[in-house]
Design a protein. Structure first.
Length: 171
């Protein structure tokens, strides 16, 4: 289990560094997704399978879809469509695909039985999660929802402003 933890941690650090250093937003987004999946595997090996599942569902799933939606709103026009085709060459996917394959191999090892002895793992009922989120963590939940709302409003404003500028013929 230690090997899986360390390999996942290395993949998470590498993917995060690559996400930060990529000048292209699409490439950075791909590496960020791999980083979030690696962190979910790290959390699983630390004995938090529920938090790992939430990491995959909420961050690697829902929030990444929101990022892709924002990118779609901001990339308008025929020129950007050609630029996106250039970005999505198979070579672009090589780095994230290799890191994701390492994580997939680790996940297969964990699910095959080598990782069944998760330290301190206990089943948690949905009622307990709800009581925690709307009890002691209510402020954090509300702040996160306000942050997501502010990001969505900002993306909508930027997309609307860019569309108006394109219609006027300006840059």
């Amino acid at each position: 289990m230690n090997t899986i933890f360390y390999v996942s941690a290395i993949v998470a650090v590498l993917a995060t560094l690559l996400a930060i250093t990529r000048p292209n937003a699409v490439h950075a987004l791909l590496y960020l997704i791999v980083s979030l999946l690696a962190m979910a595997l790290v959390l699983y090996t630390l004995g938090a399978p529920f938090v790992a599942a939430l990491e995959v569902i909420i961050y690697a799933g829902a929030i990444m879809v929101l990022f892709v939606f924002v990118m779609m709103m901001l990339n308008l026009g025929a020129q950007t469509a050609e630029q996106e085709r250039e970005w999505m060459r198979p070579l672009t996917w090589l780095g994230p695909a290799l890191l994701a394959l390492v994580l997939l191999g680790e996940l297969v090892v964990v699910l095959a039985g080598a990782g069944r002895e998760v330290v301190g793992a206990q089943p948690i009922a949905p009622k307990e999660v709800g009581l925690a989120l709307f009890g002691p963590y209510l402020l954090g939940s509300e702040l996160a929802s306000m942050l997501l709302l502010a990001g969505l409003m900002g993306a909508s404003h930027l997309g609307r402003h860019g569309r108006q500028r394109d219609q006027k013929g300006g840059k």
